[in-house]
Design a binder for this molecule. Structure first.
Ligand SMILES: Nc1ncnc2c1ncn2[C@@H]1O[C@H](COP(=O)(O)OP(=O)(O)OP(=O)(O)O)[C@@H](O)[C@H]1O
Length: 882
């Protein structure tokens, strides 16, 4: 208990997994909490302060599953192992306790086990740090399971957007930054578990020191010119990795400095509403990624996911990705052969990292060998002449071809020869090295096997000696090898002369067990040979780990090449299936789509045997007279949202370097995509539906630039009609005249369609529907010009509203339409020649009080006689007419 308590005291914030033999035990409050989460038995062991100590335990060989559940439930787990064997402890005295120490702290952002990680998704542990002025920030992001490590500097108010572009599993924040609004905002937007760290961990000095230490360099220039904030974020990150790895060396690849503004910015609300990698229900199914992902390797799947989450703004990079995909798209057979080879490649990236971290096993060695062989095979399919291939494929072909690296070839060959077909997860289980690889191992094994043979022979000899045919030689963990006879023969062996050979060990209800001198000697020989074999195997395993560590950066390169090739082939494969094309990129600010479709809606309709109607869209912010803002109207359910979303998705896919579902698309590179689609409460952050809608609208109107792409759906519907209409009206004008972004604006306010008369860059489009025999038929076709009406009541009927209610709604609608105060007569529309939105930089004009105002200010109504009041009214009327 003293040992337990001293270790626990250092890890108050984590559940302590205290290794005792074959179990991890938890005590006190930890036990109560874990028993509750894991649904395991809570027992008690010993006493502390006169009270029983609550205890719960999990078997070590099944610990991964339990760990996964605890992490999912938001816990952190400190794993405490026995750092010596009981035999070693005994050397210090018969009562000595085995030494124990923390070997690792498992947190949501530092997982490496396959069982604990989704294979097709990365995990990002991210540290954020603010510069001294509070406007500059930096983030350091790593994936402990693959070794990737990125650092970037950015504006503080871009933190939230950037964070949500990563598959964030844990966010590290310095306690010194706790009260900064930009940080609080980023933390709230990220929705990942947050770990607060002492401010001293986030110093640029600590960042410098740790980085030098980790990568064994004396100067950091080789990695780039880091800002103070970047170094501080690196310090925060590396300090935490070190802490959770309990002093083991940090094993990350050298940092890649992501370019500031190197990505298409997508804010968290847009990300969610466009369902890029998660559907609204939080699942991968039904998201864009879930629909288009045809990768066959785990690193490929993670790369595709990263590209969709962080599309590029670098034209050369996007073109290079598209070149690679196009090369495959021209040759379907090539796609099939390469994918077939890659399919056999296990997750090299994570296997490599587990081995580097000392958490790997023989299965990871086999994974590396199989991945290298599969990758080599894929590279040979790409053709002899690498120079004829597009850049990315040529690079991958060279990296994967084992003939280009003697060391890798040797490693792959050796692993293939040495490691058995189905090796165990843990090296100490043994039996994973093939016969013929190591003569000392073979010798130990044959000694063991020979002795086993002799033991098998002993059974026949003893049966003959005793005349007991049912005599057996068995083995268990308590007695080791023993002679087992049915109970009725027990006495015979316990009496002379047989009792001289057979030594009684155990009497059970139906059996009696004995040992013999000869058996014990043989058992000793077997166990020594087994120990020898095991330590030989572990030594061989360690040698392989060292070779892998030495080749670590080459292997990282191989894993990247596998991912690149896989994504390019998968893009082409999806293009075949979905009839997608390569987008053309342009420098002018345009969006010209012919026959554009929504990949997810189309796939869903296809499953039901229905077709999807493709539509065109042409926007350009380059020239004044062309349409940059399209007002989209149409009945409910006509396909407005789908039309808007497919355009935004096409921008994202194209800039991710993927093909787009269209007959053709030309896209002027976009700096940001904004989407305000549908509204939901964000009660956790104390925001009502309308508030959320306005916050998102504000973000767009404040930030969208001429290079941005904006879709806005039904802005203003969360409040009263007139307020909503007024807000929508103002938003359209602002988008058109101030932001000047390429925009699609869907609305049910038909009054807005008149705006195009005054806004030269705006036009109307509508989705067609036909009334047919009292029914409504949606054509899903976009046409020029505004829609005639909403058909809301018809849609309500389709949705199954009670007949009585539908009838009543139709009646009310008729009345409203007939009333003189219908929207057409609103003052809002009288002012059709709407003045341009006031420029924010200019102070708003303060009108002088009018003569009538001045007069009114002097009047005290209570002091007036009725006669004077009437006079005053005449004077005011005269003044106002002047
Ligand atoms: N181009 C299309 N081709 C075929 N079906 C489509 C198309 N667009 C939309 N749909 C179908 O119509 C349904 C409704 O589309 P959507 O949500 O875009 O309509 P909406 O006009 O935005 O409706 P509301 O105004 O009620 O929000 C979709 O779920 C889809 O099944």
């Amino acid at each position: 208990m003293a040992q337990y308590l001293s270790i626990k005291a250092r890890h108050e914030d984590a559940l302590l997994f205290f290794r005792m033999g074959d179990f991890y035990e938890l005590f006190f409050q930890d036990a109560v909490q874990a028993a509750d989460i894991l649904d395991i038995t809570l027992t008690a062991r010993g006493e502390y302060d006169g009270k029983p100590i609550p205890m719960a335990g999990v078997p070590y060989h099944a610990a991964e599953g339990y760990l996964a559940r605890l992490i999912k439930a938001g816990c952190r787990v400190a794993v405490c192992e026995q750092t010596e064997s009981p035999a070693e402890a005994k050397k210090r005295g018969s009562k000595a306790i085995v030494n124990r120490d923390i070997v690792r702290i498992v947190t949501p952002g530092t997982l490496t086990e396959d069982a604990l990680l989704p294979a097709r998704q990365g995990q990002a542990l991210c540290a954020i740090s603010l510069g001294a002025g509070g406007t500059e920030a930096a983030i350091a992001v790593c994936d402990v399971s693959t070794g990737r490590f990125d650092v970037s500097a950015l504006a503080a108010d871009a933190l939230a957007d950037t964070l949500t572009a990563y598959p964030l599993s844990e966010l590290l924040v310095s306690e010194g930054d706790l009260d900064k609004p930009t940080v609080a905002n980023a933390v709230a937007a990220s929705a990942a578990p947050v770990t607060f760290r002492p401010a001293r961990a986030a110093s640029h000095i600590s960042g410098q020191t740790l980085m030098k230490e980790t990568f064994g360099v004396s100067a950091l220039e080789a990695f780039g010119d880091f800002t103070r904030a970047e170094l501080a974020s690196v310090g925060l990150l590396l300090d935490y990795v070190k802490l959770t790895q309990a002093g083991a060396d940090i094993r990350l690849d050298p940092p890649i400095r992501a370019q500031a503004n190197g990505h298409l910015a997508i804010d968290p609300a847009t990300r969610t509403s466009l369902e890029i990698d998660r559907s609204m229900r939080g699942e991968r199914d039904g998201s864009l990624l879930g629909t288009i992902d045809r990768t066959v390797t785990a690193p490929g799947a993670r790369l595709l996911s990263a590209r969709l989450s962080r599309p590029s703004v670098d034209r050369a990079e996007i073109e290079a990705r598209l070149d690679a995909a196009s090369w495959f798209a021209d040759d379907r057979d090539m796609v099939e052969t390469v994918r077939a080879s890659l399919k056999a490649a296990p997750d090299l990236e994570r296997a490599r990292t587990r081995l580097r971290l000392g958490r790997g096993g023989p299965r990871d060695l086999a994974a590396i060998s199989r991945a290298l062989i599969a990758a080599h095979e894929a590279s040979t399919r790409l053709g002899e002449d690498v120079s004829a291939l597009p850049g990315k494929i040529a690079n991958a072909a060279e990296a994967l071809n084992l003939s280009n690296s003697l060391n890798l070839r040797q490693l792959a060959d050796d692993l293939e020869t040495a490691i058995t077909e189905n090796p165990p997860t843990l090296a100490r289980e043994g039996g994973f090295i093939n016969k013929g690889w190591d003569s000392a191992l073979d010798e130990a094994r044959s000694l063991r096997d020979d002795s086993r043979q002799i033991i098998a022979g002993l059974q026949a000899k003893y049966a003959e000696l005793t005349g007991i045919n049912a005599l057996k030689i068995k083995f268990n963990n308590v007695l080791g090898y023993f002679v087992d006879v049915p109970a009725r023969h027990g006495d015979l062996l316990m009496k002379a002369p047989l009792s001289e050979t057979f030594i009684h060990r155990q009497t059970l209800a139906s059996n009696v067990r004995f040992s013999t001198q000869e058996l014990s000697e043989l058992a000793g020989r077997i166990s020594r040979a087994e120990d020898e074999a095991r330590s030989r195997e572990i030594a061989i395993f360690d040698q392989f780990c060292k070779r892998i560590e030495a080749l670590s950066s080459t292997l990282a390169h191989t894993a990247n090449a596998i991912a690149e090739l896989d994504v390019a082939a998968a893009t082409a494969e999806w293009a075949f299936v979905a009839d997608a094309v390569r987008p053309a990129l342009s420098d002018s600010i345009m969006f010209e789509a012919d026959g554009l479709r929504h990949p997810v809606v189309e796939a869903a309709l296809k499953k039901e045997g229905q077709g999807f109607t493709a539509n065109n869209l042409s926007l350009s912010a380059t020239e004044e007279a062309t349409t940059r803002l399209l007002l989209v109207t149409g009945p409910n359910m006509a396909g407005k949202s789908t039309y808007l979303r497919q355009a935004a998705l096409a921008v994202i896919m194209a800039q991710a370097g993927l093909f787009v579902p269209a007959r053709s698309l030309t896209l002027g590179l976009t700096d940001r995509v904004f989407s305000r689609v549908g509204a939901s409460d964000d009660l956790a952050r104390g925001r009502s539906t309308f508030m959320v809608e306005m916050v998102e609208t504000a973000a767009i109107l404040n930030q969208a630039t001429e290079r941005s792409f904006v879709i806005m759906d039904e802005v203003g519907r969360g409040t009263s009609t007139w307020d909503g209409l007024a807000i929508a009206w103002a938003a359209v004008e602002h988008l058109h005249s101030v932001n000047r972004a390429r925009s699609l604006f869907a609305t049910h306010y038909h009054e807005l369609t008149k705006l195009v008369d005054d806004l030269p860059g705006a036009a109307n489009a509508s989705l067609r529907a036909k009334e047919w025999k009292d029914d409504l038929v949606f054509l899903h076709e976009v046409q020029c010009g505004p829609a005639d009406k909403s058909y809301g009541v018809q849609v309500a009927r389709l949705a199954g509203l009670p007949k009585k209610a539908v009838k009543r709604a139709a009646q009310i609608l008729k009345q409203l339409e007939a009333e003189p105060s219908a929207p057409e007569s609103l003052p809002l529309f009288a002012a059709a020649g709407f003045a341009p939105a006031p420029n924010e930089d200019e102070p708003e004009h303060q009108a002088e009080p009018s003569e009538a105002d001045k007069l009114l200010q002097q009047v005290d109504p209570d002091a007036l006689t009725p006669r004077e009041a009437l006079d005053m009214l005449y004077r005011l009327k005269a003044l106002s007419q002047n």
